[in-house]
Design a binder for this molecule. Structure first.
Ligand code: CA2
Length: 148
């Protein structure tokens, strides 16, 4: 058996590398997916990488994750700062969820310094750009331990 994880990306992250590279860098979401696949091979994980621009779809995907994946790495984008529904979905699924951000949300505008989801996630990684994704995968591997 191997661990299976979902890496879920939220609104506007499909635009990475194509607009505002001065804010979020030149890396595209496809580049990040490639990094994650490489890290999954190194960790012996099965990984599914997904993105949605829709809050309800993100919640549906989290509900469906229960029973399918061992953990979730979530870059919820701006829904991080707005969505109690997302917080409720995370707490309902009884799976370890790692909150991930490319940027250091604590060093940005005040409205980005609030996260509704931090309290229901096992931890947060932010500020390391695309490198945060493999870091989060390593953290999930450490949290899950050896597969049965
Ligand atoms: O730093 C992160 O990963 C964020 O989750 C990114 C979100 C932002 O709303 C969060 O506060 C922090 C935004 C992603 C938007 O990405 C864009 C990429 C290219 C052009 C415009 C937006």
């Amino acid at each position: 058996m191997t661990h299976s994880i979902l890496i879920l990306n939220g609104p506007n992250l499909n635009l990475l590398g194509t607009r505002q590279p001065e804010v979020y860098g030149p890396t595209t979401l496809q580049d990040i997916e490639n990094l994650c696949v490489t890290q999954a091979d190194a960790l012996g994980f099965t990984v599914v990488f997904a993105q949605t621009n829709h809050e309800g779809e993100m919640i549906d995907m989290l509900h469906a994750a229960r029973g399918t994946y061992d953990g979730v790495i979530l870059n919820a984008g701006a829904y991080t700062h707005t969505s109690i529904a997302l917080m409720d979905a995370i707490s309902s699924i009884m799976l370890p969820v790692i909150e991930l951000h490319l940027s250091n949300i604590h060093a940005r505008e005040e409205f980005r310094q609030t996260s509704y989801i931090s309290k229901v996630c096992i931890g947060q990684i932010c500020g390391f750009g695309a490198a945060g994704y493999p870091l989060a995968m390593q953290a999930m591997a450490d949290y899950l331990g050896d597969p049965l």
